[in-house]
Design a protein around this ligand. Structure first.
Ligand code: PGA
Length: 245
């Protein structure tokens, strides 16, 4: 695991965007895994800016998002499809048919999971996967206790995750209780992974990731078993930590 320490959220966003831009420039038809949440918003802003300055094209890029809430369709502003359109896809030249996000309103969510998993395989797997990290160590919506063998599946969200995400909803009760998420094994098959962490709210998660042991109680810890992971974290997320990578 490599660690890139940056000053603050702006620098994290810029560095993460530059990292992806360089990869896309050298492999314009790559398969990218994307994440939602507050953390990647700045990175997406920089990607859009780069596109608008005509330096990068997404025309041949294919994307797979990590997860989606069950019960929210793409027109719901709290759905992850809406988030991705709003922050990235509506502003760049990606072919919408190359964008993949699990469907949260499928009549058969189990079949949706199997199809999603097959689709990733049919594309030859993900070349570069972006991750955030939950305060409880979740990656995608793989909550503590998730099996390291897990594949794309329906998961129940923990109260902690629902509380963390309630800021986007009118009430806590509105936060969905279930989601579809790529599994940990699915994520681990990505050829390369970049994880972003910003702010003191992520400090405990960074401590457990960088100083702790590999355990299903802290899903992100399994990334230590992947050979090509880069963590980009800011000073606030890393303050006071004693780690050696
Ligand atoms: P955040 O979420 O970027 O909104 O903090 C990260 C995550 O839950 O993976």
């Amino acid at each position: 695991m490599k660690l890139i320490k940056v000053k603050d959220y702006e620098e994290l966003s810029k560095q993460a965007a530059d990292y992806f831009i360089k990869k896309i420039q050298s492999s314009p038809a790559m398969i990218i895994g994307l994440a939602t949440g507050s953390t990647p918003e700045g990175m997406y802003r920089y990607l859009v800016q780069d596109y608008q300055e005509n330096r990068i094209s997404f025309r041949n890029i294919t994307t797979f998002n990590l997860d989606e809430y069950i019960g929210l369709d793409g027109s719901n502003e709290n759905s992850y499809r809406f988030f991705m359109n709003n922050h990235l896809f509506d502003h760049i030249d990606i072919e919408k048919s190359n964008v993949h996000i699990p469907c949260g309103t499928s009549k058969d969510s189990s079949a949706e999971c199997a199809t999603y998993e097959q689709l990733i395989k049919a594309h030859g797997g993900i070349d570069l996967q972006l991750l955030g990290i939950g305060g409880n160590g979740h990656i995608g919506f793989n909550e503590p206790g998730s099996s390291f063998q897990s594949r794309t599946s329906i998961v129940e969200l923990t109260d902690k995750t629902r509380r963390d995400n309630a800021r986007f909803f009118n009430t806590f009760e509105e936060v969905p209780t279930e989601a579809i998420t790529m599994g940990i094994a699915t994520i681990m098959e990505s050829k390369e992974i970049v994880l972003l962490a910003s702010g003191e709210g992520k400090r405990e998660a960074m401590r457990l990731l960088l100083e702790g042991r590999v355990s299903e109680d802290f899903p992100a810890s399994y990334l230590h078993n992947h050979s090509n992971v880069t963590v980009i974290a800011d000073e606030a997320a890393l303050a006071g930590l004693n780690y050696s990578l």
